[in-house]
Write a protein that binds this ligand. Sequence first.
Ligand SMILES: Nc1ncnc2c1ncn2[C@@H]1O[C@H](COP(=O)(O)OP(=O)(O)OP(=O)(O)O)[C@@H](O)[C@H]1O
Ligand SMILES: [Mg+2]
Length: 107
Amino acid sequence: MGINATIFAYGQTSSGKTYTMREITEKTVNDIYNHILNTPERDFSIKISGLEIYNENVRDLLNSESGRNLKLLDDPEKGIVVEKLVKENANGDQHLRHLISICEGEK
Ligand SMILES: Nc1ncnc2c1ncn2[C@@H]1O[C@H](COP(=O)(O)OP(=O)(O)OP(=O)(O)O)[C@@H](O)[C@H]1O
Ligand SMILES: [Mg+2]
C-alpha cells in the first residue's frame, strides 16, 4: 500500500551522477526518519538492498561473498527479482547511512 519511486541518474563520466545521488540519499534518509519520528502511532521497518550492474553482471553490494553474477528471476508474485540479493534491516538513520556507505564502497 506504499509508494514506489525510482531515481535514475544518467550521464557521461564526471557529469555529477554520484555527487547528485549522495545529496539525494542524504535528504531521503532525513525525510524517512523525520516521518517516522512524526508518526509515533505506526511501526516502521526499513530495509535496504544494494546492487550494481556492470558489464551486464549483477553484484550484491551488501554481500561481497555472493560473487559477481547474480541471476535475475521472474517471480510470479513480485515480478523480476535478483536471486539471493541481501536485504539488511536498518535500525536507525546512522545505521542506514552506514549501510549506504558500504554500498558506495567506502567501508
Ligand atoms: N553540482 C556540482 N557542484 C560541484 N562539484 C560537482 C558537482 N557535480 C559534480 N561535481 C564534482 O565533479 C566531479 C565528478 O562528479 P561525479 O563523480 O559525481 O561524476 P559521475 O557522473 O558520478 O562520474 P562517473 O561516471 O565517472 O562515476 C567530482 O569531483 C564532483 O565532486
Ligand atoms: Mg560516479
